[in-house]
Design a protein around this ligand. Sequence first.
Ligand code: 6CS
Ligand code: FE
Length: 299
Amino acid sequence: MSTTTPDPYPSRGKVDEPRLIERSHPVVLGTAEDGPLTREQLDAFDRDGFLQVDGLFSADEAHALLQELQRLQGEDSVREAEGTISDPDTGDVRSVFAIQDHSDLMDKVIHDERTAGAARQILASEVYLHHTRVNDKPGFGGSGFNWHSDFETWHTEDGMPTPRCLSASILLTHNHSQNGPLLLIPGSHRTFVACVGATPEQNWVTSLKNQEAGIPDEDLIAQLHEEHGLHVATGEPGTVIFFDSNTLHASNGNVTKDRRANVFAVYNSVENTVEDPFEAPMARPAFLSNRDFTPIEIM
Ligand code: 6CS
Ligand code: FE
């Protein structure tokens, strides 16, 4: 980015104090005519910064994906992959990034009209995958994740210019209020929370387990939480939660016996491709910040 153009979303080493910045870019760019989401669904996404669609995939489809996750967790090629995150104590596979490289079934679901087609509609352009992953939070063990905006990381560390990007999370198990479901602050996507503290070298090595840079100030989170409330994204297997890249979200650890597993796909507009990081010593690896901007085929 040229030094003469001010960064509309400064964060980390670029700010002296935590602060709220009004989002200057639109959220929903497409229309109902572009399908598959209805006008009401697009309006809800625009207003809340997320959209939960119950039963978008069938229970059978979700079950097949869960079995596929189980298969992947046992594969040596997956366990050894750069984008695989394992539990430091047990060695169990918790997250597999770039799932399309390991599984045809996962590849299919992230190119599906129901997920990718909705992303293309909301963003009103062809899309490519910024990254993908499958996450497993087993009973009696899965840890939580503190409040954050994905866009804050993707902007500072990956060089994503604007928040014209969204995630789809497909529930593979029943996500109930107690097993660490996604928590979202409705309406928070309209505010960029600038965070203090420069990005450490190779921050991604630890940040996927526990974020230490890009942490929003608690008073600012409290203010947005107070103003907008909280959505607990509970649902049956097959439910999909679409959420804007700048929506504040978090999740609790899982102290119940009930496994919580989800597939995530991050769709970015091909008109919003990543550049040099806005505030990080170096760009993250491709499994986190894909540099192949070829539009995906949607089936
Ligand atoms: O660093 C990232 O890109 C990832 N981290 C979090 C906490 N959420 C989204 C993303 O997969
Ligand atoms: Fe996140």
